[in-house]
Design a protein around this ligand. Structure first.
Ligand code: ATP
Ligand code: MG
Length: 263
């Protein structure tokens, strides 16, 4: 059979064009996938970079807080304990002075008793600030109850605390992070929010255990960079990381603050 040469040329041209079309399509597709993959990778690198930056910032906050805590403890020890023991020591040496009258001896021993009592009370306070004994002995629930009553006793703020959870003694280390988070949130509510009401509640749902925290204070703009300069919220962030938990903070100016900690 003989094929018409004109017809044959047409077929070859069609095949040629189709092949070129598919080659161009393949090149376009390859280029498209190459560039979109490159873009995805670039985005992933940027995300990783941000994460590393965030972790670095949190680490820095932890270190600075530790140093500040050390400075504060050193200051407390120096001002509230050493200075008092110093005067106790002076008074004790005075007792060795010959020919002291009974009145003088009484005055000096009175001083010693008063100063040692103050030094003792200060030691208790410093230790309490480092690790509240109630928390240490009776756990998170009792620790928070005490924390709330300390805030309530100031009369400036009323804390409503509800708890439907059991805290296990084996999780003491983790619970201390939760305690410190609440301590910082309450300090911020009083210091910055000027709140008159605070609520703290612990409960459980199908997702897990959670703590809800609110205050009725002045609130703040979370996105405003000037609210990112403190250490308190950064420390809360690293405690949340330690706990493998999630924290959502919601606040608007004039609307107080609402925090949800899933842990
Ligand atoms: N409950 C709140 N009500 C109003 N503003 C708040 C509240 N909590 C935080 N803020 C705002 O967020 C900022 C950051 O808080 P953060 O605890 O990190 O730092 P800080 O309290 O200023 O300093 P630090 O905790 O290091 O002593 C605060 O300066 C404040 O402006
Ligand atoms: Mg703070």
């Amino acid at each position: 059979m003989k094929i018409n040469p004109v017809y044959e040329r047409e077929i070859v041209t069609i095949i040629l064009y189709t092949s070129v079309f598919f080659i161009i399509l393949a090149v376009v597709l390859i280029l498209f996938f190459y560039y979109s993959r490159k873009k995805i990778l670039q985005k992933e690198f940027e995300k990783k970079d941000l994460e590393i930056q965030h972790q670095k910032e949190q680490l820095r906050a932890v270190i600075i807080t530790q140093e500040e805590e050390r400075k504060r403890i050193a200051q407390d020890l120096h001002d509230d304990i050493s200075s008092k023991l110093n005067i106790v020591s002076l008074n004790s040496h005075l007792l060795k002075t010959p020919n002291l009258t009974a009145k003088e001896t009484l005055e000096i021993t009175g001083n010693i008793i008063e100063l040692t009592a103050k030094a003792l009370e200060n030691t208790r306070r410093i230790a309490h600030d480092l690790l509240p004994p109630v928390f240490d002995k009776f756990g998170l629930h009792a620790g928070i109850e005490e924390l709330c009553s300390e805030f309530n006793s100031s009369k400036a703020v009323q804390v409503d605390y509800q708890n439907n959870l059991e805290f296990d003694d084996a999780d003491k280390e983790k619970d201390l992070h939760v305690f410190r988070i609440l301590q910082e949130l309450m300090n911020n509510s009083v210091r910055h929010g000027k709140a008159s009401e605070i609520t703290v509640s612990f409960d459980e749902n199908e997702v897990g255990r959670y703590c809800r925290y609110t205050d009725n204070g002045v609130g703040f703009d979370i996105k405003d960079k000037k609210n990112h300069n403190g250490l308190g919220m950064k420390n809360i962030g690293s405690r949340v990381d330690f706990l493998n938990a999630t924290l959502t903070v919601d606040s608007k100016i004039g609307k107080g603050i609402s925090v949800l900690l899933n842990f």
